[in-house]
Write a protein that binds this ligand. Structure first.
Ligand SMILES: Nc1ncnc2c1ncn2[C@@H]1O[C@H](COP(=O)(O)OP(=O)(O)OP(=O)(O)O)[C@@H](O)[C@H]1O
Length: 476
């Protein structure tokens, strides 16, 4: 019997899978699909690029085909780009059903979205913030009868990171029926397991891929130890090398801030590299356009913040470069998971400064393997060092001449107002917190120094005593 038939999927769905080159189920699909078809809640934790999306899309489509009504399923996901990608999988696999889907994400026209929602699509794919806004502002639709609630990248949706989804999630969870089927997927579920169990309350089936190493086998993982000030020269050298040595190449570079992302992209363009940026300070239309150009290989380099770290499935990406070492191992796992997907090869190179070595140790402990050192021709880097540093500085100055920082400040204030907070009060509160933090740090340092001094005095006292005892013995 065919792999997918064995799992209980209908022939029309199997035919759709074949058209996408999906012929044999991956382990997460093999284990989760039958349980979902049986009606159980499910938590699936499997490595990046292992087919988790189809593991929930396929059984949902099958159930929808048996009893079609809208709104049948709600999928929540942390980023806008990911929402579009998931919608595409539903569309392609669900084509024979005449599937109606609706994407509800920030940065797009809210009135048009409300209209679409009122037309009762079968599947709604949303980022929590915008969907919660719809609930707060209108009552033209409801999701009281949905059969499935999916949280893709579930752990991220529960985290209180730079974008905190928890309040919006609360609004949404109050609007969905209790007797729904809840499906939670991610490559890094385990840290948030207890919280997730409060959402998937119906004795969830939990499946985790059993593998010692948390990243995929075909991913080569390397690091380069570099001083902070010469990172860009190494970056340019690495890209140049890949360009020279490979015909068909495609790279994602992860950076720590929107500003850095913008500057690095500007700088790479100065060196005539085909690069494009993706970060949250860009307008949504620009974000989609950038990603589309990268996906279609018009641009071979995507410089991105962590907005692109999770879920994006771009098979042509062979290299991931971490311009900064991620502060959390799970962010590392998702970032490097943008390459070596679905059994392909890939390489991830992390630029590490002397201050980040402890972060690398934490990553190695989490993924259960050591990163190897990437050999670099230092003399070649030295040759371009000055040119690259000048170029970076020029780009910084160019950016300072635009209203980038101002825009950032305005965006922050807008966000605070949306959250019902007073931006000026918040700024005051932040400044006070900062002051307290500094005082605490100073106090800690003071105590540390006092302890060291005490230890030092104690050691000297012991040394003196033992010398005196020795002298007394010698005299005797
Ligand atoms: N059974 C299969 N056989 C071959 N390819 C598959 C199979 N299932 C899914 N794929 C393909 O594998 C790729 C990765 O799948 P997907 O994006 O669902 O990964 P994921 O597990 O969600 O990864 P991430 O954790 O990064 O989000 C996609 O291009 C998808 O079409």
């Amino acid at each position: 019997m065919d792999g997918f038939t064995r799992l209980g999927l209908s022939s029309w769905l199997i035919e759709q899978c074949k058209q996408l080159g999906i012929c044999k189920p991956t382990p997460v699909q093999e284990n989760c699909i039958p349980q979902i078809l049986e009606g159980r809640d499910c938590m699936g934790c499997a490595k990046t690029g292992s087919g988790k999306t189809a593991a929930f899309v396929l059984p949902i489509l099958q159930k929808l085909s048996e009893d079609p009504f809208g709104i049948f399923c709600l999928v929540l996901t942390p980023t806008r780009e990911l929402a579009y990608q998931i919608a595409e999988q539903f569309r392609v696999l669900g084509k024979p059903l005449g599937l109606k889907d609706c994407i509800i994400v920030g940065g797009m026209d809210m009135v048009a979205q409300a209209l679409e929602l009122s037309r009762k699509p079968h599947i709604v794919i949303a980022t929590p913030g915008r969907l919660a806004d719809h609930f707060r502002s209108s009552n033209t639709f409801n999701i009281k009868k949905i059969r499935f609630l999916v949280l893709d990248e579930a752990d991220r949706l529960l985290e209180q990171g730079c974008t905190d989804f928890t309040q919006d999630l609360q609004v949404i969870l109050e609007a969905v029926p209790v007797n729904r089927q809840t499906l939670l997927f991610s490559a890094t579920l385990t840290d948030t397991l207890q919280e997730l169990k409060t959402i998937a309350m119906n004795k969830p089936f939990f499946w985790e891929s059993t593998s010692e190493v948390r990243t995929v086998e075909k991913l080569e993982q390397k690091y380069i130890l570099v001083p902070e000030k010469v990172k860009e020269a190494y970056l340019v050298h690495l890209i140049q090398t890949f360009q020279d040595e490979h015909e068909d190449w495609s790279i994602i570079i992860f950076t720590n801030t929107c500003k850095n992302c913008q500057i690095i992209n500007m700088m790479l363009r100065e060196f005539s590299f085909p690069s494009v940026a993706l970060h949250s300070m860009m307008k949504q239309k620009q974000r989609f356009a950038a990603l589309a150009k990268f996906k279609s290989s018009v641009f071979k380099i995507l410089v991105a913040t962590d907005v692109a770290a999770r879920g994006l499935d771009i098979p042509t990406v062979q290299v991931v470069i971490n311009h900064n070492t991620p502060g959390l191992p799970k962010i590392y796992i998702h970032r490097v998971g943008r390459t070596a997907r679905a059994g392909r090869n890939g390489i991830a190179i992390t630029l590490v400064t002397q201050y980040d070595i402890h972060l690398v140790h934490a990553i190695e402990e989490k993924i259960n393997m050591k990163l190897g050192e990437f050999a670099v021709k230092e003399n070649e880097v030295l040759q371009i060092l000055t040119q690259v540093n000048v170029s970076r500085r020029e780009c910084e100055i160019k950016l300072e001449c635009t209203d980038f920082d101002e825009k950032k400040e305005i965006n922050k204030r807008k966000q605070l107002i949306l959250e019902g907070k007073d931006p000026d009060m918040e700024a005051k509160r932040k400044a006070e917190l900062e002051k307290i933090k500094k005082q605490k740090k100073k106090f800690k340092e003071h105590i540390k120094q006092a302890m060291l001094k005490k230890q030092d005095t104690e050691m000297h006292r012991k040394q003196r005593k033992s010398q005196e005892q020795k002298a007394a013995k010698d005299q005797q």
